[in-house]
Design a protein around this ligand. Structure first.
Ligand code: SF4
Ligand code: SF4
Ligand code: SF4
Length: 306
């Protein structure tokens, strides 16, 4: 069951233990999405020059405001994903060696996203038509369970905003209606990052590996199997771990989200229920005191001392 932000807050703040019952596990995608429908990106680190045109395009396409704007109007490139940065290019330099590589980081659009199962209010969903993992402002209460659940450390919380916001790449889904695609892929001058469906991207990646034996790390595509698969895939000439991509088993990561729920239910339900009980006692004592004061007012004619 999805509840909106107002319903969730009302239930929790209304002093009823029933509020806890609203915290039902969010549903992951009902059925697996065919790889030919699943939209994603292929990033080939061997083709990336680190120009960061993709970062600038992402910022503009998503109406983000760079956090460090200089007096001349230019802005500093951020060093990591943050509430104003959905896409980042980082540099890896091997110690004692000229080997280096750039790496692009953004949401991986996991085949079975842990953030979706981790969100108690269904504010993150995997779209059945294309597998894009989308965030819904009206359902999010800013609890940040998605941050905890995501093994790629992608969702970032917008602390500066009074209205809770979770910021992450949504594959520029707002551009789809007008025929647009991921802005970062449209500006990349070297084709280091391209968009497409997962089936085509995977086939393309394997073709490159076959065409350039020994060029790619372990002749492997990161994201083909990791964490049950991701819709953003990587090729690299250095190890994926060196690029900061976590070493994960093939097992789906949705169970991370389920673990969050277990913690939520085991450790949060009891304090919430106790808090609700206390709120009920205080409210009933206040009402009793109020009634007594009004009786005194009626008998003495003096204003009530509440
Ligand atoms: S778990 Fe993390 S990387 Fe995967 S879809 Fe969710 S936010 Fe993106
Ligand atoms: S798909 Fe859009 S939001 Fe995601 S990294 Fe690329 S430009 Fe940014
Ligand atoms: S635009 Fe392309 S080449 Fe430039 S940093 Fe981004 S991915 Fe690399």
């Amino acid at each position: 069951m999805n509840v909106d932000r107002r319903q969730a807050l009302q239930a929790m703040l209304g002093g009823t233990a029933g509020g806890v019952a609203l915290l039902t596990p969010a549903e992951a995608a009902a059925s697996p999405i065919d790889d030919r429908d699943a939209l994603g990106m292929l990033y080939d680190a061997t083709r990336c020059t680190g120009c960061k045109a993709c970062v600038t395009a992402c910022t503009a396409a998503n109406d983000l405001v760079p956090d460090t704007v200089l007096s001349n109007g230019r802005w500093q490139m951020p060093t990591d994903l943050n509430a104003q940065t959905k896409n980042i290019i980082k540099l890896y330099e091997a110690p004692d060696s000229p080997t280096h590589s750039f790496v692009k980081r953004q949401c991986m659009h996991c085949v079975e996203p842990a953030c979706v199962t981790g969100c108690p209010f269904g504010a993150l969903t995997k779209r059945p038509e294309d597998g894009v993992v989308a965030w819904h402002a009206s359902l999010c209460i800013g609890c940040r369970y998605c941050e905890i659940a995501c093994p790629f450390e992608v969702p970032k919380f917008d602390w500066a905003n009074f209205n809770p916001q979770v910021v992450k790449c949504e594959l520029c889904r707002h551009r789809f209606a007008e025929g647009g695609g991921p802005a970062c892929t449209e500006v990349c001058p070297t084709g280091a990052v391209i968009a497409g469906n997962r089936a085509d991207l995977l086939a393309d990646a394997k073709r490159r590996i076959a065409a350039h034996p020994g060029q790619y790390f372990e002749d492997r595509v990161y994201g083909e199997h990791e964490a049950g698969g991701t819709q953003v895939l990587y090729l690299s000439h250095v190890s994926f771990a060196a690029l900061g991509l976590p070493t994960l088993s093939d097992e789906s990561l949705a169970h991370y989200g389920t673990k969050v729920h277990h913690v939520l239910y085991r450790y949060l339900a009891i304090p919430l229920a106790l808090w609700a009980l206390m709120a009920g006692i205080i409210r009933s004592r206040f009402k009793h005191h109020e009634k007594k004061a009004r009786v005194e007012e009626a008998s003495t004619g003096l204003p009530p001392q509440l």
